[in-house]
Every structure is written in C-alpha cells, then in structure tokens.
Design a protein around this ligand. Structure first.
Ligand code: MLT
Length: 410
C-alpha cells in the first residue's frame, strides 16, 4: 500500500500534542510548583447545571421505550436547529432556513472537512498566525505543495501582526478560498463590521469562498463587532460559517457545533457551470456521518433555555474577567499585548526578542506555567506567545503573578 505522502510531509507533531509532550516531560521531573495550564484553549468546566441535566435526562431516556432514539437526521435535529436560527441569527436580523444549518461534533471537524468541497488545485489563503487545522488539512489533501524552510510552497499567507494592527491585507494574486477566524484564535483580535465588509466585498468580486470560524463569538462585548459574518450584506453569497458550543458552553468534551452553508453560496464545476455548495455538503454528509447523538443535541438545546443561557453567560463573564486580569498583568510589565477583550486569548510579544518556543521553555521551567508559542501558529507568530483565559480565577491570578515574577528575572 502506498501512503498519502502529503500526511508524511507534515511538519512534526500537531502543535498542542507537542506542547503536551514537553509538559509531560517537565512534570516527570517533579517540579516544585504545580503546573498551571494556559496553553490549549480547553475549558476548566463544569457544564452549566441546566445543560448537564438535559444531557443526563436524554441519556436516561435512551434506556426507555419512549425516550430511545436511533439514527437521527445527519444534519441535526430540528429542535436544536430552530434554537440556533432564533437565538444566534434572528436575534441579529439574519434570516436562515433549517436546511442551511448542519449540526456536527465540532468546529474543528467541520473546518477540517470543508476542504473536501474544494477542487484539488484550489488555491488557499490563511491569515498568519492561524489555527493550524486549516493549513494541516489542506496540506493532507495535497493542495499546499511542498514544505521547505518552514513554508508551504502553494499557500498564501496574510500576516496579522502588531505592525499592521492584526488586519489582513488582501492578496493581489488569485485565491479560491480564504479562512478567517474572528474573534481570532490565536491573537484574540477582532474585525469591525466595516473591515469585514471590505473582505466580503472583495470575496464577492473575485469569487473567493470564505470559511469563517466564529467559535469564539460568545466573547464579543461590543455590538459593532459582527457576531456572525452574515451581518454583513452579501456574505451569504460567499461565506460558510462554523460555530461551536465548545468555548461558548464548555462542550470541549461533549462535542457539538454547527456549520451554516447558505443556499445562495455557489462554486464552479470544471466546466465553469455554477453549483450550490449546500446540497453538495448534504450529499457528502449522507455518505460519511450519522449525526451527533441525541443526548448531546438535547444538551446543546438546553444552552438556549432561560436557565441555561444565564448560567452559560455567567461562565463567559468569568473567562472575560480572567482575560482582563491576564491582560492587565502582562501589559503592566511593558510587553506588547493584543486580544483579551473580545476573546479568551491574550497574545503577547516575547521579551528581548526571544523565540516563542524559548519563552515557552523559560516560563515552564521558572514559573511552571504553560502557554502556547506563537511559532506554532505560523511564521508571523514568531516571537509571540498565547495565553488562554479558560481557567479558574485562582489559577489566572496565580499564573499572572508567576509570569510577572519570571519576567522580572530576565
Ligand atoms: C486552541 O487552543 O487553539 C483550541 O483549543 C484548539 C481547538 O479548539 O481545537
């Protein structure tokens, strides 16, 4: 059997696996201080009580004749889709139909899989730094060329740095697909509606598909910042949006998300004829998945109950407060920072021009605090570092104190 050599060509270990490996090695040496994890954006939990109850009730119901469910609709149950339509979209004057929303087990799953809709020679653009999944999955499909000197030969990268205020400059060259994530992972920055409209207008003019990852939208604190790309007129013609309950409602271990593919969104066949992407995705789902389990979708629907909403929002407010504490502590040391307001991530420039990986090792060794090196998110992340606010207040305060102390020692 010949292997997919594109997978073999991927650079070593997935970012968070490499971070975990280094932490494991460090912990095996029995450090004096317990490790505080501010690396991967995983939530400390627990689930909101209303959500856990709905989850448990549905699971117990599966053990009864009335409550049992077999295969569900591959695109998700209407009871959940209707809540999404009402609270995530109609509440923002965006009208969508049931068959435009697809429930899945994660925004990672969907942002990874959507590339199956693209032709083999589609030209891909990503912001840089970037959530690695968009790049890796296109690389595995053989779309990115060869990987030499830390670069893919056939990937267009749009730097988002302190120098350009984290606003991507749109490429002049031809691209077919642009991945965007806002609020941004990893930089925690956002785009205003005006800035997003410029990108949507460009995409409409040049027939570029936008894959818009809005997994962190629950953290937006200002109504002028779009919570869905469909707030921008014309976006339904060019954008697929991926959302998730992972960061919104602590579902990292439960797994539930959704993707919107508007009916008017089209691509072209090799003949040049236009074709709608929505039925293509549904066709693909029919062959590949049997949907998300009934108890999980019941748990997700409970996020929209009055009780669930209040509990989930309370949790988001705690993470926002953690981000504020982190940001305040780091900014107080004089380091350059970004994010941390409309997102659970604080992005910082490392001290003295250290590489992100060197700073990672330094913080781990001197403070027992884990972050994520900017290099792991792309070349424009070099010399930067990401900290997550998905933690308890106690751990956030303790980590902030240790980081400030470690910075003073440099
Ligand atoms: C992150 O830390 O970037 C995220 O937790 C990764 C993910 O959502 O898969």
């Amino acid at each position: 059997m010949q292997v997919n050599h594109h997978i073999a060509q991927l650079p070593a270990g997935y970012l968070f696996a490499e971070v975990a490996r280094r932490v494991r090695e460090y912990e095996a040496r029995e450090p004096a201080l317990p490790v505080i994890r501010m690396g991967i954006g995983d939530v400390p939990g627990p689930l909101a009580p209303a959500v856990a109850r709905a989850f448990a009730d549905a699971a117990l119901g599966m053990g009864t004749p009335e409550g049992f469910r077999g295969y569900g609709p591959e695109g998700g149950y209407p009871f959940l889709i209707d809540q999404i339509l009402r609270y995530d979209y109609e509440a923002r004057d965006v009208r969508l139909e049931r068959d435009e929303v697809f429930i899945s087990d994660g925004a990672k799953t969907d942002t990874a899989a959507l590339q199956e809709l693209f032709s083999r020679d589609a030209r891909i653009a990503v912001t840089d730094p970037v959530y690695p999944v968009y790049v890796d999955t296109n690389a595995m499909a053989g779309r990115l060329g060869s990987y030499d000197d830390g670069r893919w030969s056939n990937l267009v990268t749009l730097p988002c740095t302190f120098d350009n205020g984290f606003v991507p400059v749109l490429p002049r060259e031809r691209v077919d697909v642009l991945y965007l994530c806002y609020p941004n992972n990893p930089t925690g920055t956002v785009l205003s509606k005006v800035q997003l409209k410029q990108i949507v207008d460009w995409a409409r003019e040049h027939e570029v598909l936008i894959i818009y990852d809005a997994a962190y939208k629950a953290f937006i604190q200002n109504p002028d910042i779009p919570s869905t790309i469909y707030e921008v007129p014309g976006a339904k013609e060019v954008a697929i949006e991926c959302c998730s309950y992972s960061k919104t409602a602590g579902f990292t271990g439960v797994r539930c998300a959704w993707t919107v593919i508007p009916r008017e969104l089209k691509g072209r066949l090799p003949s040049g004829v236009q074709v709608a992407l929505n039925p293509l995705w549904r066709r693909r789902l029919g062959s590949k998945v049997n949907g998300v389990s009934f108890p999980v979708q019941q748990a997700a629907a409970a996020v929209y109950s009055p009780e669930g909403t209040a509990q989930v929002q309370d949790c988001i407010r705690q993470y926002q407060e953690n981000a504020r504490l982190l940001l305040e502590a780091i900014a107080g040391t004089g380091l350059m920072t970004a994010g941390g307001v409309h997102a659970p991530y604080v992005w910082l420039k490392t001290p003295g021009g250290m590489s992100g990986w060197d700073f990672f090792d330094y913080l781990l060794e001197t403070a027992s605090v884990v972050g994520t090196p900017g290099e792991g998110f792309g070349n424009s992340g070099a010399g930067c570092f990401r900290l997550t606010a998905f933690s308890t207040r106690e751990h956030t305060l303790e980590a902030s104190r240790r980081i400030v102390h470690a910075l003073k020692k440099l």
